[in-house]
Design a protein around this ligand. Sequence first.
Ligand code: ZN
Ligand code: ZN
Ligand code: ZN
Length: 369
Amino acid sequence: MTADVASRIRRVQASMVGQSVDALLVTPSADLRYLTGYDARPLERLTALVVPAASEPVLLVPALERAEAERSAAALAGMQVLLHEETDDALAMALDVVPDAALVTVDDHMWAARVLAIQAARPTVSVRAAGRLLAGLRMRKGRDEVASLRQAAAAIDRVHARMGEFLRVGRSEREAAALIAGAILAEGHATVDFVIVGSGPNGASPHHSVSDRVIEPGDPVVVDIGGSTADGYRSDCTRTYVVGAEPDAAFAEYYDVLLQAQRTQCDFARAGVTAESVDRVGRRVLADAGYAEFFVHRTGHGIGLETHEEPYIVEGNQLVLEAGMAFSIEPGIYLPGQHGARIEDIVIANHEGVERLNTTTRELSVLEG
Ligand code: ZN
Ligand code: ZN
Ligand code: ZN
């Protein structure tokens, strides 16, 4: 899929003019990939997209990476690729593209050393983080991006559908995770981004990754997995399973409450409501059932070329959701020392509600183990 990079550049330039920004410098990051289709690594040699507010952008790359840069969507669409040799002052070359800039913005992930070098080279220039300038564009997904997210979600759903192969009594979380990682690639991802297998008490730690703990009969197991497809779009889906025997009664009781909270949030979310209101409706269901203190994180995050990006579904975010925004709805209940559960779907907002991209069952499934 060739991203429509020319229109993205035009839109970012329009935002720059609106905010009196003279230049935007973007080093290897999801922002660079979004604006150029170029998936470069952040290395010691400078790679930078330089976007002046009112003239043509330039992609500055080390000479040895010429072939890769020239295959990018931006270069194919006619963007100038400027090469620097090993002994060139690459940063000076980048700044020479925007000699009169007074206000320069840089991507949020630019190395601090580079930001400081820009300030040292141009002491009179104001340097700011591009932040919302780019987030504002990236969180409103185009049709091609939604199609890519749908494809990523379908691939991770195929892995969840096979979970009975991976979660077994007597197998460690680490062993299960290695098998799951293999399946993430086999089912159509280009990279494995993360594999969380939280069995028993480890399920009560939302960002637990894996350990050598061995799965026991009746263990609830939180499995939160994701990867990226060849065009860079991410999957992220959590299901909570029980392995080998029925779970204890307390778990079954709160799992039902969690399921109801997640459904309430998915039914409520749509274009026109605020991000924080989606968080609130779920939190209310949990609070009414007495679990308020056990839901210890925000409801969700945007997703696209990064797994966590705007919009964040969190109290205090009064952003009004729009059609085409993609984000997770992933409430959880975590009982320290015992077990936990989380249910996560990626959704796309529209005017009537949301489309859930993940569709494997959310009902409590007891795997044979
Ligand atoms: Zn997370
Ligand atoms: Zn997740
Ligand atoms: Zn997530």
